[in-house]
Ligand binder design. Structure first.
Ligand code: TYD
Length: 210
């Protein structure tokens, strides 16, 4: 089973990914965790280029193609193998990040990004996407607490950008049944409970062969 976690920056996604993988471990479920951009040697190098503040001149198309290059490598050298071995793959971001950030945030267009995602992933997509949703004001508030020099290139964006990204995610959640919306304003424990409950509904179903 392939599961991804999505959401705008500072939504609390990585905390939930960690809690979820601890749950898998406790329950003896074999899994791997990957992050995007990154997750392979090549991908980690691309991550550095993408997030480093020095590349302010990077245009939106270059940005998208770099995310896609990292993704293609991750699918080919890590995800496919893990899935074929029956492992649960837990991805901290995947293809839907590009739709939201580059398709909507940068304005490259949802259809264009979806088409390029199909190419990069070879049509391998998560069966569950946990979308952790927070209001844009939360992002700005939480980003205020990081010093300017601690922010990565994307975190330097303004309120309109985050609004576009959030709306895009919410639209995908409405249109795609694999999306499960998690209210990111709830407590860490409440979110975790809901995530595990939704996972168990589907994972149990998987095992019973339905
Ligand atoms: P990261 O530090 O991993 O942030 P987070 O903890 O929020 O996941 O940085 C990833 C950044 O890259 C984040 O701002 C989202 C952005 N991103 C895109 O713009 N497009 C993409 O396709 C992906 C995977 C990430």
């Amino acid at each position: 089973m392939f599961i991804s976690f999505e959401g705008i920056d500072k939504c609390g996604k990585s905390t939930q990914v960690d809690l979820f993988t601890k749950y898998l471990e406790t329950n003896g479920i074999d899994y791997i965790k990957v992050r995007e951009p990154g997750g392979t040697e090549l991908g980690e190098r691309i991550r550095h280029i993408l997030l480093h503040q020095e590349h302010q001149e990077m245009c939106a198309r270059s940005e998208l193609l770099l995310f896609l290059a990292s993704r293609a490598q991750l699918v080919e050298s890590v995800i496919k193998k893990a899935l074929s071995e029956g492992k649960v793959v837990v991805a901290d971001r995947f293809a839907h990040s590009s739709v939201a950030y580059q398709g909507c945030g940068r304005g490259l267009g949802v259809e264009t990004v979806e088409m390029l995602n199909n190419f990069a992933t070879g049509m391998i997509y998560p069966e569950i996407v946990f979308l952790i949703d927070i209001p844009v004001e939360f992002v700005l508030d939480r980003l205020k607490n990081s010093g300017e020099s601690d922010k990565d290139r994307i975190e330097k964006e303004e309120i309109e950008f985050w609004g576009k990204v959030r709306r895009c995610y919410l639209k995908m959640a409405k249109e795609h049944e694999e999306f499960i919306l998690i209210d990111g304003t709830k407590s860490i424990e409440e979110m975790q409970e809901k995530i595990i409950e939704e996972f168990e509904k589907r994972y149990g179903g998987d095992n019973s062969g339905h």
